[in-house]
Design a protein around this ligand. Structure first.
Ligand SMILES: [Zn+2]
Length: 152
């Protein structure tokens, strides 16, 4: 029962974040913080288009990787691709780059441990740079970011 309540709370939180246009937390590496609460998870696309996942505490200080299990699936127009991830000191990095193109969803699935209930975070991957905040569009931290109202 207790586990169920926590899971319900977590999915409610995820929904709340998805539904509100709260100001996004800028990822320290320049990526997107997908989580609303610490430990935070940052989704960052390197110059070679490999994906780096980094964990942070509430103050956005890098934290050591615990027992978390991550999967990253790119829902590219050419088909879904599950990236192969390698553990790093502070998270994970993908062995292969994201599929070609952009304007597709990347699903970051986080489990706090191997047996935990997965939490899915969806990032709309856009390659271009936002003119206002100069961050990559997928990691835009402007107030107006998020939802369909984001104009260029
Ligand atoms: Zn922006």
């Amino acid at each position: 029962m207790k586990l169920f309540k926590i899971a319900t709370l977590l999915s409610a939180l995820t929904l709340a974040v998805g539904g509100l246009c709260a100001k996004p937390i800028p990822g320290p590496k320049g990526g997107r913080i997908v989580t609303a609460d610490a430990p935070h998870v940052e989704f960052f696309v390197e110059k070679d288009r490999t994906v780096a996942i980094t964990f942070y505490d509430a103050a956005l200080k890098v934290i050591a990787l615990g027992a978390q299990v991550i999967s990253v699936v790119a829902e590219a127009k050419s088909g879904k691709v599950q990236l192969t991830l390698e553990k790093t000191a502070t998270g994970f990095s993908s062995k292969q780059p994201l599929p070609e193109g952009d304007d597709y969803t990347v699903v970051v699935q986080v489990r706090d441990s191997a047996g935990a209930k997965p939490k899915n975070y969806r990032v709309l991957f856009h390659d271009e740079i936002c003119r206002e905040c100069k961050r990559a569009e997928y990691a835009c931290s402007c107030d107006t970011a998020g939802g369909a109202g984001h104009k260029h």
